[in-house]
Design a protein around this ligand. Sequence first.
Ligand code: KG4
Ligand code: ZN
Length: 416
Amino acid sequence: MLCLGIETSCDETALALVRDGVVIADVMSSQADVHALFGGVVPELASREHYRLIGALCDEVLRRAGVTAADIDVVAVARGPGLLGSLLVGMGFAKGLAPATGARLVGVNHLHAHLLAAGIVAEMAYPALGLLVSGGHTHIYRMESPRRMFLLGRTLDDAAGEAFDKVAKQLGLAYPGGRTIDELGRKGRVNPTMFPRPYVDNDNLDFSFSGLKTAAGLVVQANPALIEAARAVADGSVDMVGSANGAPDQAQPDVSSLCDMCASFNHAVADTLRIKLERALARENGPLPGTPTVAARKKRKKSGAVAADASQAASPCPPTVPEHAALAAHAGQGGQVPDTHRVPVRALVAAGGVAANSYVREALGDLAGRAGLPLLLPTPALCTDNGIMVAHAGWRLASLGLGHDLALEAIPRGRS
Ligand code: KG4
Ligand code: ZN
């Protein structure tokens, strides 16, 4: 089965061909430099770029694979959530191509495609606990199969990737800045109390990253030298360990403080994700030895042993969402997990752009090791948006006999 995957949900136009689960070609055009000028994705520009490129990229992926459009059995397209105008370009293209070639049309949920990408390098074990952590979403799922995923928790405000990008923007780093903050952090030392672990002193699986973003913003505002150091790294006048590339006798910016701040920020995000995932795992499989209860965390926090909750320290407390209400609100995403026949999860999965983060990968590796479960992670290149994940997910769904007619609708951002 030859499956073409089309991804246009944000600022990457990406197409790939997968034959019976094996990747045979992929192409991608990133619009990052178009949007970098504006510090974030401009939706109108994004859809125009997709429209300009999609035809040529489709020709190119077919050429690289040495096949023709008539050979395609399945046209899989990311149907969202994403930028509506951008999605409509990919969907319009797919809806033209599928009937013209006699291929089956399969609409793929972009978030599910991210998670399923973990199954490209290693066989997926179901049920699994999945963390989808990207620029627009931070979701925890119970994954029952390629088509049945139940949302257990989500961010109430910013996604983790958004927090990375906004902090990078405050430092004056190019959009999207998550990867640069990761790389700078690798040269620094973690101060575990510099930033809070936001919204963890509760009993739910939701996230709130806006307070952490604000806390990091306050640190940046109070230390203009951090911005100066970031500028020097960005323009290449010093490298990431602070060695001058220009005149050695000039006063050098304090790159080591910048790296320490980035290390501490990376660590705070990774630790927060780990805490909630550990809680989710405890609910699915029973507590891990050494997992502190919420009461124990609060007690330790009072004694100053753990960083303060950002929602109290830096921003108004996010609304408390009772868990049953949160699940009801997520019903469109697969509904409530049936309690009957609920079996322990057999693997941990993490995907989405922020799953490329080295701190996140380490923290989840440690958690999986303690839980005695395999950790399935896509390669860093497959964590961020790409066409391969859509082609792979489309192949999985088509193999289950699934497909859509031309009434397939896009899922706009915010409806996930
Ligand atoms: O999955 P993705 O490509 O697009 C969405 O569906 O949102 O994720 C993009 C996000 C951006 O916020 C980017 O800064 C972040 O992933 N990102 C990272 C890293 N690589 C990409 N964040 C932290 N560390 C990284 N290494
Ligand atoms: Zn994505």
